[in-house]
Design a protein around this ligand. Structure first.
Ligand code: DGY
Length: 442
């Protein structure tokens, strides 16, 4: 439905590329890139991985600095926190900020303030792309990145694995990166929504985006309560896996971990380390994802609530992203493709991949992760489609990435039917992934 990239004049695509580069320059803080100057004024973990993917095509050394700067915020237990706070930024510019998370109270904290939760581990995959972009400097970067990434994955295995299958659990909706996804409604609504928390805390996000585009106050109160409980137990993963109120196994989180193990095998080979353990881990995680989370009836991977043992029934984009895994069996790939093309996601007939089932009455096309199309998830699905033999659909999604940004600017997310932009503007991963698409297709 969108104009093909090949049919756009070079003057137009050159202009889009220039705008995207300008956003990444404006959002650069000297060692890393903020997702956006107003709404997210520090360094975010999975944002940095997507940003590095685009930066490596334009400024590969900067892409390496982006990732190394994030690794500098790694805790001694191996976790890479979801936010690395910039000490030069007003601590009250973002809530919950450094005085809320209190990372400095934890043994093994890094030299700067951070949050205590994590985000999807897509970093090894970004690191391999950066190594390629760096040319002859790639090896030195690979040697520095590899041990940090191994420690990140070890943390998931040692501290976050649940059940005999050993998939990683997330203990806060923010850890999935898809904060207010309808898939979390059931487990999250079991957490009391104490609105009196807003007597103490002020939401800063609503100063930068409309209330109809962000999570509700009720959900935000639950997020605060979950984060406070984890913090007040010293970010102890034994406690949080056994007693935390939210404990969920998410398809995308685990698929990106498996994908990153394949990337780690690649990095290991380049620096002369043994790749076999990483390959075995990728195979184990791929099998576990299919055994534990694949639903043939739903035609998608479904998240699992560790507290109840039940699968969560919502079909979201998280259940389609495991397509990035090369060894997914054909009896899964075919149905995922069919679900993408069905009325639930209408890929090829709407803009990008909607974050939530279009036929579900809860679909909200403008509210954060409850319906809009995002460029990172759209790009991930395109990677999966291409590697499983659907190059035209993949190219169509990349055309959508260009069309959405050409029409509405480098917004945070987009209405899947009209393409209007929502959330913050001048959003870094939108800029980075636009660069990635434009330059990879030249
Ligand atoms: C936010 O502030 O909305 C983030 O997604 C939480 O990290």
């Amino acid at each position: 439905m969108t104009t093909r990239l090949a049919d756009r004049p070079a003057t137009e695509t050159d202009g889009l590329l220039r705008d995207a580069v300008h956003v990444l320059i404006d959002n650069w803080h000297g060692h890393s890139t903020v997702p956006s100057r107003g709404l997210y004024p520090h360094q975010w973990s999975w944002d940095s991985a997507f940003i590095a993917l685009g930066l490596r095509r334009w400024a590969p050394k900067r892409a390496a600095t982006e990732l190394l700067s994030l690794f500098g915020a790694q805790w001694s237990d191996g976790r890479i926190p979801h936010i690395a706070f910039n000490p030069a930024v007003d601590p009250d510019a973002y809530f919950p900020g450094p005085t809320f998370w209190r990372s400095a109270d934890v043994v093994g904290h890094p030299p700067i303030d951070t949050s205590g939760i994590i985000q999807p581990p897509v970093h090894a995959t970004a690191a391999v792309a950066v190594v390629d972009g760096l040319g002859e400097d790639g090896l030195a970067f690979a040697r520095r990145a590899y041990p940090c990434l191994v420690a990140q994955h070890d943390y998931l295995r040692r501290r976050r694995s649940v059940g005999p299958a050993g998939l990683a659990a997330v203990v806060h909706p923010w850890e999935t990166g898809m904060d207010n996804s309808p898939a979390w409604d059931t487990p999250l609504h079991a957490v009391p929504a104490d609105l009196s928390l807003f007597d103490t805390y002020t939401r800063r996000d609503l100063e930068h985006a409309g209330t109809g585009e962000r999570p509700t106050d009720e959900d935000y109160a639950r997020y605060i309560r979950l984060a406070l409980a984890y913090r007040d137990h010293g970010y102890d993963d034994d406690w949080v896996r056994a007693e935390g109120a939210f404990c969920v196994v998410d398809p995308t989180f685990n698929a990106l971990w498996a994908w990153a193990e394949i990337s780690l095998a690649d990095l290991a080979e380049r620096i002369g380390a043994d790749p076999s353990g990483h390959r075995a881990e990728a195979a184990r995680l791929t099998r576990a994802l299919v055994d534990q989370l694949w639903s043939a009836e739903a035609g998608v991977f479904l998240a699992r609530d560790v507290r109840t043992g039940h699968r969560l029934s919502e079909r979201t984009v998280s259940g389609l992203i495991p397509l990035v895994l090369p060894d997914l069996p054909a009896e899964v790939v075919g149905p995922v493709h069919d679900t993408l093309s069905s009325d639930r996601f209408r890929v090829g007939r709407v803009y990008g991949v909607p974050s939530f089932d279009l036929t579900d009455p809860r679909h909200d096309p403008q509210r954060y992760w409850r319906g809009p199309s995002w460029l990172n998830t759209t790009w991930l699905v395109a990677q999966g489609l291409r590697q499983h033999g659907y190059p035209d659909l993949a190219a169509g999604l990349e055309d959508d990435i260009v069309a959405l940004t050409a029409q509405s600017g480098l917004r945070e997310y987009f209405h899947p039917l009209t393409g209007t932009g929502h959330g913050t503007d001048r959003f870094s991963w939108s800029a980075a992934l636009l660069i990635e698409v434009l330059l990879s297709r030249r």
